[in-house]
Design a binder for this molecule. Structure first.
Ligand code: FBP
Length: 250
């Protein structure tokens, strides 16, 4: 098995997601968080286990800087804008070897499970798993049900997507929240030895977000990958401290 030591602590993880500039566009940003350096500073100061970036930001703001010494990188290898049609297809835009050159400690790839284009993404993801594992790099699958008649929030479909992550060889899957304790437990069971990280989602009232984090950990997930709830917060440091208590103080 590939070890996840560089991006976890006691088998748990808190990741800072900052791939939204690609996936959602600058409409998500304000004057501060549009600057990748602001986000990288949060990542270091708050002790995140890793930051999730696309290649361009990694190359221009991370590579060869002090951030690289203090904050592991998860490099996203595929991406799409939110301007595309409702049968999403996200293909590879960066290679595994380039991720290695950029100092990545792990790579990530989104599969829109259930999309008409699912076979292309599964095939590409399978090749990425093979290549990354040759470098001993952990692979994280963003396993998101999407497209056609799919309900992206149906916990059974999320569990199916998580299971596909295990079957295809991912070391971790990043999934949307299942909605409650029982459904999240089932998602974790479905993923088996493939660890489960739950995505943060849109900015939510802080106490409600922290309660979700508690449920996620109680259900046996390894942690959370949070973006907007942290960097759209007025006080990211305080929220990150609270999240770390929930995730790491077992
Ligand atoms: P957030 O915490 O901001 O939701 O980030 C998690 C994430 O998975 C990002 O990595 C990704 O860009 C985004 O959500 C995708 O969101 P959506 O599936 O809604 O486009």
């Amino acid at each position: 098995m590939i070890d996840l030591l560089k991006i976890t602590k006691n088998n748990r993880a808190l990741f800072l997601a900052y791939d939204q500039g690609f996936e959602h566009g600058p409409a998500e940003f304000n004057d501060k968080n549009i600057d990748p350096e602001y986000i990288l500073n949060i990542g270091v100061k708050c002790g995140f286990n890793a930051i999730i970036l696309h290649r361009g930001v990694a190359e221009k703001y991370y590579l060869g800087t002090s951030f690289q010494k203090n904050l592991p990188l998860i490099l996203k290898l595929n991406g799409k804008t939110n301007l595309s049609e409702n049968e999403p297809l996200s293909l590879q835009v960066c290679s595994v070897s380039e991720a290695v050159e950029l100092g990545a400690a792990a790579v990530g790839y989104t599969v829109y499970v259930g999309s008409r284009h699912e076979p292309k993404m599964l095939q590409e993801f399978g090749k990425i798993v093979e290549e990354a594992h040759r470098y001993n790099l952990p692979v994280i699958g963003w396993m998101y049900p999407r497209g056609g008649n799919i309900n992206p929030d149906d916990p059974k479909t999320i569990a199916y997507a998580a299971r596909v992550g295990l079957e295809i060889g991912a070391d971790m899957v990043k999934v949307k929240y299942g909605g409650d304790l029982l459904t999240t437990k089932r998602i974790v069971e479905a993923a088996g030895k493939c660890k489960v990280i739950v995505a943060g989602g849109i900015k939510t009232e802080e106490n409600a977000f922290l309660e979700t984090a508690r449920i996620v950990i109680k259900a046996g997930a390894a942690g959370i990958a949070v973006g907007r709830n942290i960097w759209q917060s007025k006080n990211p440091e305080i929220l990150a401290e609270k999240l770390k208590k929930i995730i790491f103080d077992v």
